[in-house]
Design a protein around this ligand. Structure first.
Ligand code: TXA
Ligand code: MG
Length: 332
């Protein structure tokens, strides 16, 4: 594995050329997006995409996102675009919104886990965009972590989890968004939320009108299921508990002699507790969350306790990620 440092404000042509050559050779390149780091391969090369699944230990039933440089590239992987794609693309691309659309025949089945649809987005990060423009190929890229673990917001997170399973890592510094893109299925009417993310439901509904949510949970605005998506996902190795009035929990755990990391809005910790004070706005919180969890996970604590964020639509994606991070490992 090679790591190349890149200043996003001054992208060195030699590094880009190396990345393009690596992708064209069917190998894997990890790169920063505005959300999290992606593990990229040539989306039109089935063997290369198969390597992504192997590197991540990802079940073949979980389809990956295809990244494009421009909406004019949609025809290379998709067809019969629903009418709402154009206004959504205009409003949010480049940016953290992923749209599920009908796939076309030239896109290998491995990308979509054999399904008839493909998830596409145009990322906003200068390094991701430069790579897409230079390579002139659609890039299949899930988050650059091992399956079910925390998504990487820094190059060192990628290196720690994937090591030599990735050929080249473009280190463009920490990502700004901090959690994954919103995934919206536009093959159904009304469009349906599959994963809450940095683009909020309110922002989407301002463009396309009311959207749909998970069937059984419509009134709680929970996302519908994506194929292959597991409950436990985005999880640190340290057991994580989310609760309100978490100071009570902290006291209970420390009295029992456990070492604890506390992710909260408070600024003074009880003695012996590792404190991480979070921003009180949802965007600021998102940009810090995984970074803080990666960091606490390195300390080999007994527990991570997270103070539940406010119940407010702007915090939907964060509640989703925290729920998944705290889900117990399933036995299947
Ligand atoms: O922010 C992001 O979206 C990052 C960066 C790298 O772009 N990527 C990312 O990819 O989070 P990944 O593979 O970790 O998550 C993709 C999500 C999964 O929940 C997957 O099930 C869903 O999108 N998905 C992909 N293709 C789909 C499809 N055809 N239909 C429904 N869901 C799909
Ligand atoms: Mg992922």
């Amino acid at each position: 594995m090679r790591i190349v440092q890149i200043d996003p404000k001054k992208i060195p042509p030699a590094a880009m050329a190396e990345a393009v050559e690596t992708l064209r050779a069917g190998k894997l390149v990890a790169f920063p997006t505005e959300t999290v780091y992606g593990l990229g391969a040539d989306a039109l090369n089935a063997e290369a995409v198969t390597r992504i699944f192997q590197a991540k230990g990802r079940p073949a039933t979980n389809p990956v996102i295809v990244h494009l440089s421009d909406p004019s590239e949609l025809d290379r992987v998709a067809q019969d675009l629903p009418r709402c794609v154009a206004p959504l693309a205009k409003a949010f691309w480049p940016g953290p919104l992923t749209l599920v659309v009908p796939k076309n025949a030239s896109l290998p089945d491995v990308v979509t886990a054999g399904g008839p649809t493909v998830a596409v987005r145009i990322p906003k990060h200068p390094v991701a965009l430069a790579l897409l423009h230079e390579a002139k190929i659609p890039i299949a890229a899930p988050s650059a972590n091992r399956s079910t673990q925390l998504s990487p917001t820094r190059a060192e997170h990628v290196v720690r989890q994937l090591g030599d399973r990735v050929d080249l890592v473009l280190d463009g510094g920490p990502t700004s968004g901090g959690i994954e893109s919103t995934v919206l299925d536009v093959t159904v009417s009304p469009p349906r939320l599959l994963r809450p993310g940095l683009v909020t439901c309110e922002q989407i509904e301002a463009i396309v009108g009311p959207i749909g949510f998970g069937e059984d949970l419509a009134d709680t605005r929970q996302p519908a299921r994506s194929p292959g998506q597991m409950d436990r996902h985005y999880a640190p190795r340290t057991p994580l508990i989310v609760c309100t009035q978490s100071r009570v929990k902290i006291d209970e755990l420390t009295r029992a002699g456990l070492t604890v990391g506390w992710v909260t809005f408070e600024t003074s910790p009880p003695q012996g507790v590792v404190l991480r004070t979070m921003p009180s706005d949802a965007e600021g919180y998102a940009s810090r969350l995984y970074d803080v969890l990666h960091d606490l996970d390195q300390l080999h604590l007994d527990r991570i306790v997270v103070e539940a964020p406010p119940r407010d639509p702007r915090w939907l994606a964060l509640h989703d990620r925290l729920k998944r991070a705290s889900a117990l490992p399933s036995s299947t």
